[in-house]
Design a protein around this ligand. Sequence first.
Ligand code: ADP
Ligand code: ZN
Length: 606
Amino acid sequence: MPVNKKISFSVLCAFLTIGAVLFVHNFITPMQMLEELPYSEFKTLLAAGNVAEVTVTRTLTNQRVTGKLKSEGVSKDQKLFTAIRVEDPDLVKELNAHNVTFSGVIESTFLRDLLSWVVPALVFVGIWFFVMKRFGQGQSGFMTVGQSKAKIYAEKDTKVTFADVAGVDEAKEELREVIDFLKTPEKFTRLGGKIPKGILLVGPPGTGKTLLARAVAGEAGVTFFSISGSEFVEMFVGVGAARVRDLFEQAKVKAPCIIFIDELDAIGKARGMGPMAHEEREQTLNQLLVEMDGFDPRIGVILMAATNRPEILDPALLRAGRFDRQVLVDRADKIGRLAILHVHAKRVALGPDAGLEVIAGMTPGFSGADLANIINEATLLTVRRNKEQVGHSELQEAVERVVAGLEKKNRVLNKTERERVAHHEVGHALVALSFPGADPIQKISIIPRGIAALGYTLQLPTEDRFLMAKTELENKIAVLLGGRNAEELIFGEASTGAQNDLVRATDIAKSMVKSYGMSEKLGAVTLDRERQPLIMQIQATQEKGDYSEETAREIDCEVRRIIDEQYDRVRWLLAEKKRALVEGAKVLLEREVISGSELKAIMDNH
Ligand code: ADP
Ligand code: ZN
């Protein structure tokens, strides 16, 4: 439990501080060899003319004279002394009379006094927390923790405008109204506009939800409060709730403003979901609901939140008067991607041959964050190559890097492994090349990239796809099975390298049966409850829909049938092209990378 660790860590810090203070007090001071004299003795020495110089220091509680005695006899060392000064108005006169140089310092021991009080107090509080943590949770006394540690970020001016966000025009259009409202709340209510209260931005990671929320604040010129839903978890019971309260209190003071909660699903998960009902999360969620119901939007506070999993949110959050408005922030289309690339390219020196359109065309499915990453990678490559401007080759390579993780040339595969990978990849590619209308093969590589991929076949669609016919889905499955099939054909058995292909092929087959009604046996029914059909990604994590055990069995049979059919089809196809496969793999082993058209030439030759 990290909280426990944090506390014992602060206790440790407190002890170290005390140690340091004691050390300074007891060991550093005596090392200067100050001799403590009674004031009377100092006066005697002064009267005898033995004092060389004096400094009078005044602290909160007393005064001190510190000084040097004149060196006696052979000893060249001047003795240092100090004495507490008693009430003695004639001291200055006497010092003058004996020609002693003197000065005064007002030394404040405020800090020291403070430390001597505060440090033990802190230790005490620390121990108290520790004990409380052990012996019971949920004390309301913890509210101070919520306040002191809350990572609520408040930005007065986000400096982000709508011009910085591209490719999400519909979302921007919907949010314009919010900006109008925040700029002139009075006017808005007078004209009878329905006041927005909670807006949920829904979309895959990296599509610019946070950026959009900041841009709304920037456009309206209001303060932007942000906190991440995940900051609420892993805390004492009651702390999350206290933070929510805190957040709204602070925001009300700063109105008009925007409160943005990232990763809303971290707190907003449906109650009672998950392996354990999480008490802390429930309290936090309840507090959020209470605060949302309790505030009047007319004061100019707008609540925004982001999630990529709206389907797991507690339905109570989505009710009228709460997050009743949802704005979809999806991955951009080609034109949108080009616009995003332009936004990020503004900050770098772009060569005339950059060809951002081509890059936008190569990157369907990329999020804004991925595209920003491409520009970034390309800039780094440009610097590394000592070039002045980012050119097309850098951008192209950056795409590949972002697609497949960083190139790791040093990963060593043994000879048979390399042969396997080569045949596997050529298998995929040959299947793809054999179907008219399949996405063209850009290149085939056996340079390992990233952690998982030993090799890859870069097959990039020429356009964005919103619809796919049944045959196309079947072809996709076939291409995925091509790798494993090629391994079996050449080496007599499959290897573990095909696992990811199988997972993806099975997913497609399942969707065909369950979501798209593409199985004759089960008919044109959809067996999945999809609340957000636009967000493709969510499909992978769907729960089981409403159907019987029997139907479940039939689904399994149908999925198996689809996969088997494609498997047979690929087996025939590759057996026929075995010589092209062997030849292609040979070239690939030599060169590590070949292009799609080169492989096509090999295939046509055989
Ligand atoms: P999310 O909140 O949806 O996960 P972010 O807003 O945090 O995504 O996006 C991360 C970064 O990616 C942004 O700071 C920005 O640099 C870039 N980015 C994402 N989407 C866009 C977009 N639509 N236009 C421009 N840049 C974007
Ligand atoms: Zn594969």
